[in-house]
Design a protein around this ligand. Structure first.
Ligand code: PLP
Length: 470
């Protein structure tokens, strides 16, 4: 890191932050306490997989910026250069017109997504999902007199922070106190085999469970009436709801059900997209063909804000079929969807993923890390289940292996805190998401992770499990 940092006094920054910044997902009382207040953490510098805070302390970041974002790692000068060059040439024009990087990135992106055709630019994952929801609603009005407007979402999935996204959000603790919600969003059951017993499906496993979990979606469609259901919105692998890899047989059956009832399949790749699971997109592991795909975090690895709502040509066509109708196009705009920094950063981000063969590294290191987590499971009885794909992994902690009773989330928090305090290793946990089930440790190092990095992360977790849980 920059050797000057240690000698720089950042106490003024800390005090300005303490006085005026409202942190995301944070209870501030500890920073304001009369006695022994803790300091808010300020991240000052990053390089590769490592970040340094205001005290010059080095950390290994096992969660890519806390929220599965910095896929290509910190300190990428070529992305900064690409963004700078673009900004001095043409920084912004509203999205009714095009830009060079937006056109070029859309072409590169679509080449990775057979069957998809159009890219709608916005800024955040939530916003991209809002675009998808609006498309579904407008299609319902244009083609079905408004009737086929319902959007199905799944228990434990998350699609963003706006009121409409929370309305389609399956994490009750994220939603609590923010209602009333938008009508027309309907919940379907989750597909977490480890918790099948809570769904009365405990006797099923593998493909039999996968098909039963998908059939549970069909039951909801039949209950609601297929002519009222416009879309099904799913994460390919649920992220913040517990790193839930879908069971065998699930996705093909989901696709079949959507086709049968003429329901658009919207896959939320905000976390899994752009290489995180070892393929360009998570759904590509499962041979499904979506109608709408949304993405954000890893698209530019956090070097600029960008999200995309990508559709098939068939979906796009529905918005240009009748030019005599003045309302017959997608009447939506995102001011900052016209910023060129996003696609400029995304182009260079994609080049890095390709030239450095980071998808291949993700597969190899993901397999290695999964194996290491399995060894932790063999050693610590508190590790009940290990899940994930590529460098997107989770370990569900339990108080009792037999009953699978979830570990108290305070103890899970202590494991996370121990890794940070003792080793400077930043890991994550499911956070204010599913009541009683905020018990999964989350790992998502950047896709440049090496065996040594993974060994350091695993060794820290091993020590923390012993220290906290014995
Ligand atoms: C699966 C998923 N979709 C959507 C979002 C929302 O993205 P954003 O925070 O960029 O609005 C998130 C955020 O964590 C997410 O995990």
């Amino acid at each position: 890191m920059d050797g000057n940092l240690q000698s720089n006094d950042l106490s003024g920054v800390v005090e300005a932050d303490r006085a005026h910044v409202w942190h995301h997902l944070s209870q501030h009382a500890g920073y304001m306490a009369d006695e022994n207040p803790t300091d808010p953490k300020i991240m000052v510098e990053g390089k590769g997989l490592r970040v340094w805070d205001q005290n010059g302390r080095e950390h290994i970041d096992a969660v890519s910026g806390g929220v599965w974002t910095v896929n290509v790692g910190y300190g990428r000068e070529t992305i900064a250069d690409a963004v700078r060059d673009q900004l001095v040439k043409m920084n912004f024009f509203g999205g009714t017109v095009g830009s060079i990087p937006a056109a070029m990135f859309s072409e590169r992106l679509i080449a990775k997504m057979p069957g998809m055709k159009r890219v709608y630019y916005a800024n955040s994952g939530s916003e991209a999902n809002e675009k998808a929801f609006k498309m579904v609603r407008q299609i319902a009005h244009k083609r079905y007199g408004g009737k086929k407007h319902k959007i199905l979402y799944r228990d434990r999935d998350y699609h963003g922070t706006t009121i409409a996204c929370l309305s389609g959000g399956g994490q009750d603790e994220r939603n609590a106190q923010y209602g009333p919600f938008t009508p027309g969003f309907i919940k379907v059951p989750h597909c977490l085999e480890y918790r099948a017993m809570d769904q009365g499906l405990g006797e099923l496993s593998g493909e039999a469970y996968g098909i039963a979990a998908a059939n549970a979606i069909e039951e909801v469609i039949l209950r609601e009436g297929p002519d009222t259901v416009g879309a099904l919105c799913l994460e390919p692998i649920t992220a913040g709801g517990g790193v839930i890899t879908p069971p065998e047989g699930y996705w093909p059956r989901v696709q079949e059900i959507c086709k049968k009832y003429d329901i658009l399949l919207h896959i939320d790749e905000v976390v899994c997209g752009m290489g995180r699971t070892g393929t360009w997109f998570g759904y590509q592991h499962y041979g499904v063909q979506p109608d709408i795909v949304t993405m954000a975090k890893g698209v530019a690895s956090g070097y600029a804000a960008i999200s995309c709502c990508v559709t098939t040509e068939a979906v796009f066509d529905m918005f240009k079929d009748d030019t005599s109708d003045q309302l017959n196009y997608f009447r939506d705009i995102s001011t900052f969807g016209g910023c060129t920094a996003g696609p400029a950063a995304a182009l260079e981000n994609m080049r890095i993923l390709e030239d450095e063969k980071l998808l291949e590294n993700t597969v190899a290191m993901g397999d290695y890390m999964l194996g290491q987590l399995d060894e932790l499971k063999a050693k610590h009885k508190s590790v009940g289940d290990v899940r994930g794909k590529g460098l997107f992994l989770g370990a569900e902690l339990v108080a009792d292996r037999e009953t699978r009773a979830p570990l108290d989330e305070k103890l899970v928090g202590q494991v996370v805190g121990h890794c940070m305090a003792k080793d400077g290793v930043i890991i994550g946990m499911t956070n204010r998401s599913v009541p009683g089930f905020n018990n999964t440790l989350c790992f998502s190092p950047s896709l440049i992770a090496t065996k040594d990095d993974i060994d350091a992360i695993i060794s820290s977790v091993d020590g923390a499990l012993t220290a906290v849980l014995g």
